[in-house]
Design a protein around this ligand. Structure first.
Ligand SMILES: C[S@@+](CC[C@H](N)C(=O)[O-])C[C@H]1O[C@@H](n2cnc3c(N)ncnc32)[C@H](O)[C@@H]1O
Length: 240
């Protein structure tokens, strides 16, 4: 198990400054512009061998009504939404979104796709019945801030649906993740040891479903927006 001191150290790191957030955002944007052509293939491989391919259907199948997918990437989830879901998607990377647009056209889906930043969602308060985010809170520089934005755009009673790879509770695996993170954070802005559950709870959501699987590396959550605003968004941030 990861010991309590280490858990606290991870949780108590300082809030990202605006400069640091925009520096990391640039790294992320550049990294996806380079990786875009390989993404679907490499992600497919990682899902088959490690994370499990079933989580996309699980996540998209829980969404109903006006739905926003944050950091939609190349749109790998689009095929799994039911036909009556009114889907919007946002991503930082125009290159990733081009593939999502092509996928939407192939599947004959009407989707409002926009280039935008999860730290500052370009939608009015209470616009959506569901917000979905898969494998992206590990990559969004300030995921606590992104979660407070997700809460803002959700209607009261709306659902937050998350799938991500998180830090393992199995110590050798956790330290391996820390080692890899040293490189992935610097090169791609990709973290390996976050656990969004903590920020989701801090943001005042009520967790209604939670599964942790694959040696604790994958966590799936459904949480309901209780309606109260996030009084202090910094309370939901950590600094990995
Ligand atoms: C690992 S990919 C996941 C893509 C997709 N959600 C999936 O499940 O395949 C991470 C995505 O997060 C996006 N991203 C990272 N930071 C972001 C931000 N601040 N705002 C919007 N999208 C962001 C990246 O551009 C990239 O498309």
């Amino acid at each position: 198990m990861v010991n309590k001191g280490e858990e606290d150290r991870i949780r108590d790191k300082h809030v990202l400054s605006d400069d640091e957030r925009s520096r990391r955002t640039q790294i992320v944007r550049r990294s996806w512009a380079k990786q875009v052509s390989r993404y679907d293939k490499s992600m497919g491989f990682i899902e088959r061998k490690l994370l499990g391919p079933e989580h996309r259907q699980w996540a998209a199948g829980k969404a109903e009504g006006d739905t926003l997918e944050v950091a939609i990437g190349t749109g790998l989830n689009i095929t799994h939404y039911t036909a009556d879901t009114r889907l919007s998607g946002i991503d930082l990377s125009p290159e990733m979104l081009d593939l999502a647009r092509a996928r939407g056209r192939e599947l004959n889906r009407q989707i409002d796709l926009r280039v935008g930043d999860a730290h500052e969602l370009p939608y009015p308060d209470r616009s959506f019945d569901a917000v979905v985010c898969t494998y992206s809170l590990c990559n969004i520089p300030d995921h606590g801030l992104a979660l407070s934005e997700m809460k803002r755009v959700l209607r009261s009673g709306g659902k937050l649906i998350l799938v991500d790879h998180v830090r393992s509770s199995f110590a050798p695996l956790f330290w391996f993740q820390r080692f890899i993170e040293f490189f992935t954070l610097r090169l791609q802005g990709e973290t390996q040891t976050r656990r969004p559950l903590e920020q989701v709870v801090n943001a005042g959501f009520e967790i209604t479903e939670r599964d942790r699987m694959h040696a604790g590396v994958v966590e799936r959550l459904v949480a309901v927006n209780q309606g109260a605003p996030v009084s202090d968004p910094t309370a939901t941030r950590d600094h990995s």
